[in-house]
Design a protein around this ligand. Structure first.
Ligand code: SAM
Length: 248
């Protein structure tokens, strides 16, 4: 599977660690001052450790684990993935809930090709990944703006949105949360996952991955409540803040 995330998210630290180490080694051979060598060694050490954290803990280019067993515990139902992108969240859902069906929706706009472009149309790339994961027979693809979803009220048993609603500004995010509530049946479930600068992410990426960070948990919690959700669980996992909510 190719989720098309930029290479530096997964391997950028190696591109820092190796030159820093080589330069420190060359400098040591030539007798550079310790004031020059010490920061180079520190940079190489941090970049090496951060690379290990990215590959072993954060794993940005791998299907994330579903953060809670409570979401769609019945294991079945029709679920809308909002901002499905190249399919990581749809695959997470369909693998972990093997009787569920999904509509994988995305705007598939210009930024999609810019950030997630590796051959074929965005919809083809998404379907390719769903086929490779063996879940394509339970999924359909729809082009949809999350701020104005082209679905009827109460159409879905569940909604998933992973690392997508925090791409929008406050007004857009609030609209998207309200739309998620509208398309859910009463009692329907919403799993919202957002990029979160938790300690592993801060150590590895510093302030580089900050979308959503400015708003924080209480802001999202407030939007969910205003849209008519009851938040039943919330928590964090590497790179992720998540909420499991039910439509009242
Ligand atoms: C970081 S990707 C997340 C993809 C996937 N959910 C995952 O977990 O890897 C964010 C996605 O949100 C989509 N997106 C951004 N604005 C959108 C909008 N207004 N409506 C629908 N999708 C949008 C982008 O096209 C992109 O595919």
């Amino acid at each position: 599977m190719d989720f098309g995330y930029p290479w530096w998210l997964s391997y950028g630290h190696t591109a820092v660690a190796v030159p820093a180490l080589l330069l420190a080694w060359a400098g040591w051979r030539r007798g550079w001052s310790k004031w020059l060598l010490a920061p180079l060694c520190a940079l190489a050490l941090w970049a090496g450790a951060a690379q290990a954290v990215v590959l072993l803990v954060i794993r940005p280019d791998v299907v994330p684990p579903m953060p809670t067993a409570s979401f769609l515990a019945s294991g079945e139902g029709r679920v809308l993935d909002i901002g499905a992108g190249t399919g990581r969240s749809t695959i997470m859902l369909l693998r972990e809930r093997p009787r569920a069906r999904a509509v994988a929706s995305d705007l598939f706009g210009d930024s999609f090709d810019h950030h997630f472009g590796h051959g074929g149309s965005p919809q083809e790339r998404l379907m390719r990944n769903l086929r490779a994961a063996g879940v394509a027979d339970r999924a359909t693809v729809a082009t949809a703006d999350m701020r104005q979803l082209p679905f009827a009220a109460g159409e879905f048993d569940g909604v998933v949105s992973a690392f997508a609603m925090d791409h929008l500004n406050r007004e857009g995010s609030a609209q998207a949360v309200r739309e998620a509530a509208r398309v859910l049946k009463p009692g329907g479930e919403f799993l919202l996952m957002l990029v979160y600068n938790e300690p592993w992410a801060r150590f590895s990426y510093g302030p580089m991955i900050s979308h959503g960070g400015y708003r924080g948990g209480p802001w999202w919690y407030g939007q969910l409540r205003e849209a008519g959700f009851e938040v039943a669980e919330s928590g964090t996992q590497p790179l992720t803040m998540w909420f499991w909510a039910r439509r009242k």
